[in-house]
Structures are given as structure tokens and as C-alpha cells.
Design a protein around this ligand. Structure first.
Ligand code: SF4
Length: 332
């Protein structure tokens, strides 16, 4: 177990564990069909000193895992400093990426030296043409293949981040096989979500598939996970919970703890329950523990928030813990 995983365990056992998504900017190279953040104006970046202080404050509140996102976090000039800060506070960190051209050798060396734990790369299709069209990035497949290959000389893991959408929902095995052949260490699944959020609008024709098709797709992923042929980070318990949500939201086993145990921090350092909800709980630089949300939420099926929330339900979470300790099933 790495020191960061030990820290996660320690904060979990003393009841202070939290996880955060920190959006460093709203700038992006990709023009994804299911995300509108690249259209946002003005273009914003968190200021270096504020970003570093924000990570310190998050650590003080028990945050032991941060997903650094954007826009494109690799376009933030201080990305390495933020990862270094995470490491100095024993925070496990993952950097998201959509455009492989940003994963230069210089960035890789910097992230590796800063002890980043993982780069998670969006991966939509095993068909290079379809993939190119969905992200509107020329030769994206070749670029990712090259980036994953170069990542092998570092200690960082690579994760294929797969959104269930119209083009892939019935071809998960093919997609997992392709990601594995390309050398990805892990696979994560994003459940299609519509959001009218002013901060993070999500949606579009590409994810307008029926609930029945999303459920079928999740069932196929659960089967593949049971066969242990691919390293899928989403737990079976969480995916079953999403199926419950899509079937009848009142029957979910795990509600979402957005704003309490899991949270979204934007480039102003404002904390929201998630990227969906408009309410700001406070600014992380001045917040106190009392400012965090207390009521669970069940308004959407957004993967990162719902998946992490399943760990915080006491005895009900036992099946999730069991999956995590059997090695092949836990998040990261
Ligand atoms: S259920 Fe959805 S809307 Fe509610 S806090 Fe979680 S991610 Fe946000």
C-alpha cells in the first residue's frame, strides 16, 4: 500500500475522509459533442496561490483524493505545482485529459516527479473516425496510443475514461479490449448525464440514449467485471445502484453525498455539491466544516459523485468495501 493509500485508509477510519473534483480552468482543446464547457467565456484559470491554498484547506477537511479537472487541467500553467501540493499533503491525485497532444514528455516528467498517481484519458470508441468526430481532435486515437506508451516509463497509471453513449453502449467488451490492447492500466465508466448547469453544461444528441439502453450497457459491464478480464474501477455495487436509480430512483441503496463527502471546487475556489447543482456552499479558502451540505441527494446519476458516495454509507457500504479489498474491484 502506498503512503497515499494509507492516508486514505487513515482518514476513512477516523471518519474525516472526503474526496474532491477541482476544476482548475474552463479552457479546453477538445470540442466534445456532449460537453459545452469549451464554449464558455471568459476563459478562467484558478490563480496559482489560491489553488495551492485551496488544496491545503481541502486537506485540512480530510480530502485524501483529488481529481484535477477543467476544461483541460493540463492547460493550466501551474498543474505540476498543484500536483506537488497534493503529494505534499498525502493526497492521491488524478489528472484528467481529453487531448493527448497535451501529454508531452516534459509534462509527463513533471507529473511523474510531482508524484501524480494517474492520468485519466477520455476514450469514446475503438473506431478512430468515430472517436475523432466525437472529440473533434484529428488523429486522437494515434495520439492516445502514443501517450499511453510513453506513460509506461513513469510510475503513473493510465486510465481509459469511457462515457456510455449512442455509439458504444452495446459494444463495451470491444471497447475494453481495445483500451487494454493499447496499454491502459484501468478503465472507468461514466454514466450519461444531462446537465443544464451554467458552470458545466452536459448533454447533446450523442448521449440521448434510452434508460433501457443505459441499463443494458451497465448490465453488460457488470458481467464483464465479474469475469475479472478487465480492470474496471466502478464497483458492481455502484453500477447496480445506478440501474436502480434509472429503474426507480426511490429504490436506490446509496444516495449521493455531494457537498458533504464528495464535492466540486471551481476555478474561483467556490465549493458546490457537484458540477450539476447551482448552489455554492462557500469558498474553500474561508469555509468551515459547518458549511458542508448535510442532506443526501438523489437528483442525477453522475458517475464520479455517485461512485465515491457509495463508500460513505456505514454498514450499507459493506459490499462496496468487500469489492474494494478483493483487489480487482476497488476504485483506483
Ligand atoms: S445526485 Fe447528482 S445533483 Fe445530486 S449531489 Fe449528486 S451529483 Fe449532484
Amino acid at each position: 500500500m502506498t503512503p497515499k493509500h494509507k492516508h486514505i485508509l487513515k482518514t476513512f477510519l477516523n471518519g474525516s475522509l472526503r474526496v474532491a473534483e477541482f476544476a482548475l480552468n474552463n479552457v479546453c482543446i477538445a470540442k466534445c459533442s456532449f460537453c459545452d464547457i469549451w464554449k464558455q467565456k471568459p476563459k478562467m484559470y484558478v490563480e496559482k496561490e489560491k489553488g495551492l491554498q485551496a488544496i491545503d484547506k481541502l486537506a485540512d477537511f480530510g480530502v485524501a483524493h483529488i481529481t484535477l479537472t477543467g476544461g483541460e487541467p493540463l492547460m493550466h500553467p501551474n498543474i505540476i505545482d498543484f500536483v506537488k501540493k497534493c503529494t505534499s499533503r498525502s493526497i492521491h491525485s488524478v489528472v484528467l485529459d481529453s487531448a493527448p497532444s497535451l501529454i508531452t514528455d516534459e509534462i509527463l516528467d513533471g507529473l511523474d516527479e510531482a508524484k501524480s498517481d494517474m492520468i485519466s484519458i477520455s476514450f469514446d470508441s475503438d473506431d478512430p473516425k468515430v472517436f475523432e468526430e466525437s472529440r473533434r481532435i484529428p488523429n486522437i486515437m494515434g495520439g492516445i496510443e502514443d501517450a499511453v506508451r510513453r506513460m509506461k516509463r513513469t510510475k503513473m497509471k493510465s486510465m481509459a475514461s469511457i462515457l456510455i453513449w449512442n455509439n458504444n453502449h452495446d459494444q463495451m467488451e470491444k471497447l475494453f479490449a481495445k483500451a487494454t490492447d493499447m496499454g491502459f492500466d484501468l478503465i472507468s465508466i461514466n454514466y450519461p448525464t444531462f446537465s443544464k448547469s451554467v458552470l458545466y453544461p452536459l448533454g447533446g444528441e450523442g448521449i440521448s440514449l434510452s434508460r433501457a439502453n443505459v441499463i443494458k450497457s451497465l448490465q453488460s459491464i457488470i458481467e464483464l467485471k465479474k469475469q475479472k478480464r478487465y480492470r474496471i474501477v466502478n464497483s458492481i455495487g455502484s453500477m447496480e445502484n445506478i440501474i436502480q436509480y434509472l429503474t426507480d430512483p426511490s429504490t436506490v441503496r446509496y444516495e449521493c453525498l455531494g457537498g458533504n463527502r464528495v464535492m466540486f471546487v471551481d476555478w474561483f475556489c467556490d465549493v458546490r455539491p457537484c458540477m450539476q447543482l447551482p448552489n455554492v456552499l462557500g469558498n474553500i479558502l474561508t469555509m468551515t466544516k459547518d458549511d458542508f451540505a448535510t442532506e443526501p441527494c438523489n437528483r442525477c446519476n453522475m458517475s464520479w459523485y455517485r461512485d465515491f458516495s457509495t463508500f460513505f454509507h456505514g454498514v450499507k457500504s459493506l459490499p462496496i468495501y468487500k469489492e474494494a479489498v478483493t483487489g480487482s474491484r476497488g476504485l483506483y
